[in-house]
Design a protein around this ligand. Structure first.
Ligand SMILES: [Ca+2]
Ligand SMILES: [Ca+2]
Length: 351
């Protein structure tokens, strides 16, 4: 009886090369056709993967073609940044008689990537009473997107994965322009930070810092368009960092303070005797909305007067005959519950 051949598989190439740029996206594949003959009694071949090194790719194959070819595909399964170099992987192709090893040299090439910001825009609230020379945001550099701080609102992370090849690495941040919007709706655009109340200190670092140079005015918006650049001059997408100066409630101010007012005895009920005028500097319309009231506990003379919510004081009763001065204390309160008060001393003119 004739015996079938008894040899391990024969493959057309036992040493194969593939290379990927380190910027290759997960899922990128390189296909290599290797003809492996069954070379024996079997009709199929077994392939076992004995890849070592970083597990950032897989080598798989399809069904055997009629010409005894196996088509192998090397696919990227994880990001390749920071895995620059040459690695070896191997497969064992076997039949019932023996094993043939097919090796793969996988090369990850360093490709320069432009630096990038984690986010295309940032909105940062800054209180109007922030101290001068305070740090209001930071711009750190990382070499991996995964290392970026994505939870702190005032951290503007820039990343450049290149930290191996000289000349590919991050160089600095340029302020392209600053758009300033004032509470009165006027706008200005500048490339010169020197007169702005907020500026990016980009001459030392990273991390770079945004600082206040001068007191901040409520309602002002400062939008910085930033560009990150590497040593080879590559630039990524810009980011826009907008600082919004928030209004902090301040109490109303009444210019008059306590004062004396002379009112004729013969004035009639409902006659208007005075208009209180207080002001509130807040930009926010709620924080600056004022309503006027009278105190009904501190003195008893309030019954002679009334004050409208807009500050108009009128007589509520005829003035008494036997008194020369009445005391009337009023207060004004803003939409944020801050108040100012003052006392009117009403001298009754009997003439
Ligand atoms: Ca780079
Ligand atoms: Ca106020």
């Amino acid at each position: 009886m004739e015996e079938k051949g008894g040899y391990p598989p024969e493959c057309s190439s036992t040493q194969n090369n593939v290379s990927f740029p380190d910027s290759a996206a997960v899922g990128t594949c390189s296909t290599v056709t290797v003809q492996c003959s069954t070379n024996g009694p079997d009709t199929t071949l077994n392939v076992t993967n004995s890849t070592d090194g970083p597990v950032r790719w897989t080598i798989s194959h399809g069904n055997m073609d009629t010409d005894s070819s196996l088509v192998f595909t090397v696919c990227v399964t994880d990001v390749l940044f920071h895995f620059i170099g040459q690695y070896e992987a191997s497969l064992n192709v076997s039949n019932s008689t023996g094993v043939t090893s097919v090796t793969w040299s996988v090369t990850i090439d360093d490709v320069n990537q432009p630096p990038a910001f984690l986010s295309a825009s940032y909105n940062i609230q800054v209180s109007e009473n922030t101290a001068v020379q305070a740090t209001i945001a930071q711009v750190p550099l990382v070499t991996s997107r995964a290392m970026a701080d994505s939870t702190s609102n005032n951290v503007i992370t820039v990343w450049d994965p290149d930290n191996v090849t000289a000349g590919f690495e991050f160089k600095g941040i340029n302020v392209q322009s600053v758009n300033v919007t004032y509470p009165n709706s006027s706008k200005a655009t500048t490339t010169d930070q020197s007169n702005l109340p907020v500026y990016l200190r980009n001459d030392s670092g990273p991390p770079f810092s945004f600082l206040t140079r001068s007191p901040l005015s409520a309602g002002v918006h400062l939008a910085f368009t930033l560009q990150a650049e590497d040593e080879q001059g590559l630039v990524g997408s810009n980011t826009v960092v907008t600082f919004v100066v928030s209004d902090v409630n301040q109490a109303p101010v009444c210019d008059s303070g306590n004062f004396n007012l002379t009112v004729g005895l013969i004035r009639k009920v409902n006659d208007s005797i005075y208009n209180v005028s207080c002001t509130d500097n807040d930009v926010n319309s709620t924080l600056s909305s004022l309503t006027y009231h009278e105190y009904t506990t501190s003195d008893s003379d309030y019954q002679y007067f009334s004050i409208s919510s807009r500050g108009e004081i009128s007589l509520e009763q005829r003035l008494p005959l036997n008194v020369t001065t009445l005391t009337y204390t009023v207060y004004v309160i803003d939409g944020g519950d801050l108040e100012a008060n003052f006392t009117l001393f009403v001298d009754i003119d009997r003439q």
